[in-house]
Design a protein around this ligand. Structure first.
Ligand SMILES: Cc1cc2nc3c(=O)[nH]c(=O)nc-3n(C[C@H](O)[C@H](O)[C@H](O)COP(=O)(O)O)c2cc1C
Length: 227
């Protein structure tokens, strides 16, 4: 770090104001041509972002309600999208703070932002948990590192130092080597059954386009909203 804290803060303030958002070439978005349901459009936008090599394009900010009612958020990795059910799934430890929050209040939001495309997708709805009997199959499909990480567990608990973590990793690694079919009983798959999905396409001069899908029974309505 260079400069005094005051100097660095002054520099940051200058940088924040000097950067106009969306001042770059962005793809168009014609809401008139949007599909009847949001999953198809989501798949199209995410595939576009992945093909354009947006780093970590599949990760989203997961919003939950804290046990004391305070909103909470963190990044998770999208694992699956179910077009029929309109469900977006991610994995997490059931005893992590987010797992406990979802057990107490099974509602969540997921938000993606793909800077290169100036695109945001946000959705929210009730959360469904994959039944325990299906989790063995889900768990065994994971990479070995992901399985070891899950077996280490204790996510977000205080950690004394990196040695403590390294020892726990080695222990989990050894357990998995001895029993390759081991399944972590605390590993969970959550799906957000979207009730509302918004697609936001940024444009120069702030002429952004926003299209909101809302679930009505088995169908979806579509509506433009002001930017
Ligand atoms: C790129 C990225 C991807 C992540 N993916 C996941 C994930 O799929 N599941 C998960 O539990 N945590 C994931 N994390 C870690 C979470 O953001 C968070 O730090 C952790 O889950 C603890 O959250 P909690 O204390 O709210 O439970 C990811 C973090 C990053 C930066």
């Amino acid at each position: 770090m260079t400069g005094t804290p005051d100097r660095r803060l002054a520099e940051l303030r200058e940088l924040l104001f000097a950067r106009p958002a969306m001042a770059r070439e962005l793809p168009g978005f014609d809401p008139e041509a949007a599909p009847a349901g949001p999953v198809e459009l989501f798949v199209d936008w995410l595939t576009g972002a992945l093909r354009a090599e947006v780093p970590d394009a599949q990760v989203a900010v997961l919003g939950t309600t804290g046990l004391d009612g305070t909103p909470d958020g963190r990044v998770v990795t999208l694992r699956e999208v179910d077009p029929e059910a309109g469900v977006w799934s991610f994995h997490a430890g059931a005893s992590s703070p987010k797992g406990r929050q979802l057990a107490a209040d099974p509602r969540a939001s997921l938000t993606w932002y793909w800077p290169a495309q100036g695109r945001q997708v946000r959705l929210r709805g009730p959360v469904v948990t994959t039944p325990a009997e299906r989790m063995a199959e889900v768990f065994r499909r994971l990479s070995r590192k992901s399985r070891v990480a899950a077996l280490v567990g204790r996510q977000s608990e205080p950690l004394a130092d990196s040695d403590e973590f390294r020892a726990a990793w080695q222990e989990a690694d050894r357990r998995l080597a001895e029993a390759p079919d081991l399944v972590d009983p605390g590993y969970a798959e959550y799906g957000v059954r979207a009730e509302q999905v918004e697609f936001w396409q940024g444009a120069a001069e702030r002429h952004h386009v926003r299209l909101v899908y809302r679930r009505v029974g088995d169908a979806w309505t579509r509506e433009l909203v002001w930017p």
